[in-house]
Design a protein around this ligand. Sequence first.
Ligand code: 3H9
Length: 689
Amino acid sequence: MVAVNNKVRLDIEQGVAVISIDSPPVNALSHAVREGIYNGVNQALADDSVGGIVVLCEGRTFIAGADISEFGSAPKEPHLHTILEALDQSTKPVVAAIHGTALGGGLETALCCNYRIASANAKFGLPEVHLGLLPGAGGTQRLPRIVGVEKALSMVTSGAPIGAEDALKTGLIDLMAGEDLRANAIDFIRDKAAIGGDHPRVRDNQEKLSSSVPNEEIFAGVRKMIARKTRGFLAPEYNIQCIEAAVSKPFDEGMKTEGKLFMELMSGAQSKAQQYFFFAERQASKVDGIDKTTPELQIAKVGVIGGGLMGGGIAMNMANVGIPVTIVETNQTALDRGLGTIRKNYENTASKGRLRLEDVETRCNLINGALDVDALADCDLIIEAVFENMAVKKDIFSRLDVVAKPTAILASNTSALDLNEIAQATSRPESVIGLHFFSPANVMKLLEIVRGDKTSDSVIKTCMAFAKKIKKVATLVGVCPGFVGNRILFMRQHQANLVALEGAPVSQVDKVLFDFGFPMGAFQMADLAGLDLGWDKDNSNSETVKDRLCEMGRCGQKTRSGFYDYDDSRRPAPSAVVADLIADHAQKTGVIQRQISDQEILDRCILPMVNEGAKILEEGIAMRASDIDVVYVYGYGWPIYRGGPMHYANSLGLSEVVAKLRAYQQQTGDDFWEPSPLLVSLAEQGGQF
Ligand code: 3H9
């Protein structure tokens, strides 16, 4: 055995050189790993006793790609291309033995080997598109040569991995290994070496570059299919162009196209934002200050109070990962409706082929209904998901205090109310926490976990881990009105309302936000949520535009009219009635209407979000600026290619942000614009969030 370096080992066994990479957590292609592989290959080639080479990984996975943490620093030799060239040109046959996930540069490494064998649970993907990139080490040129154009396009544009069976079917792997991947790989390559002759290289395979469907049709079809989902993103289109180069140019020319487009993406703002976000997302799950020995509680059974849209969605999360859940409603009709909706949701998913029919039954069977909180006595976690009314919530929590077992976690799904006040309704505030799901709860990835003043570390630790289990991205936040997400959103909505009052048509405001990358603008979002949310019908006195719309029965999408008019398919159309109403309201409140530029709308909607984010950080409501970004990308549709509000502010430059806030403060005479002290001090020091 030779230790090539501290990440890579070379063993010569039965005439085979086994290059094993051992670089936790995911065997990413850091400089040391690259150097180790390169030297290992060269040593194996120079050793006359070696007939073939195996490349494999220790630990939980095959190479999961280039080391993203090294992006941005000066590249050091040997570059990935140098290693891949060495593998590609090897005079001895090479097999990649794959377990876990062969991703990005990892799969590209495997594609430069003559053969690939894999464990049955291995996965293969080129997920660079999620980092605003394309596979830059030959992946776009080799993948279509081995799995075909259509499959390659689907893999690079979605970034989604495929499983081993699929890989075997498409030819991506040559053999499915048995229990002992290593031994199988050694036997495999020894046999190949013994047979001798030329060993296949993916680069030489032209066969799969054409199929019965003309390539132009395939490319046009993919572009059309992904257009909506990838609006605003550069990387998906660049990936497609690389595959086009693969089919239209000789291999080496295609590689040049790939290299050029890769560098363009790598040096651009979108990829920087997406790389930043990759680490932001992983950082969000880490809570400083909680002792490692803090016990994590078992959550084997969950109760949900409220079987409406939110409660039902929350229950589905549990059933989706096999956790039994009991929904409590106040009457049988509501309960039946709630359970019926859940079944319908699952059946819809099954009808689209995304869920097996037997899974519909399994999941529905995991969800029970009850009409009394007594039924939740044996639950480990109880989530209250009733409407936002403090008195109702306090009443529920005082009843749960009596019913729930002593170790149970009592959670509220409140999106804005004071969690500490809710906790006071119990004799065990240390067991009370906020679990703020976003609607639809079975779809949206974000979970804002709200730590009350007295919430115990054990409850926090358990909920952070539980979030992962139910496949959510969690951020831990403190108590304040609206927590992180809604508190920041209030600022955007406040300014959106003002610019509309000052003369910008609501459709202009929404278009600016849509073009920025949000899935919809502020007014469409308000219409979707329902304008009567929090509106007090009995005491409404036409004080705001929203009051007046609700008084007219224009409560949003559900009444087919709100800020917009909606047709039966809920497509919005600008409303002359609303424009007149806003103009009238401006006149009554002494606001002079004017034309407002798109830039002013953007600044006035977005910069207050940044400023509020800074205040949230100052107050310690969020642990880190990047957590705020995670909340915004996963909870509010902030375009990931802009990183989130705090990353966006960094990319603008904080002194530029402060200057603009001050300019609007002067223009409007409104202290709303006063920059937060943290923002000012960071800007003065040339710092960043
Ligand atoms: C690329 O390859 C470019 C090439 O085409 C061209 C080059 C010229 N680098 O996600 P987890 C860390 S681009 C550095 O929590 P899981 C991660 O930060 C790359 N670090 O685990 C975390 O650290 P910490 C293409 C990485 O089990 C820890 O590993 N490849 C990398 O849920 C555990 O990660 C990708 O985009 C990396 N490449 O999921 C794959 N990957 O513990 C990206 C992970 O300190 N990775 N880390 O927070 C993944 O998708 C998932 O990490 C994986 C494991 C599925 C592998």
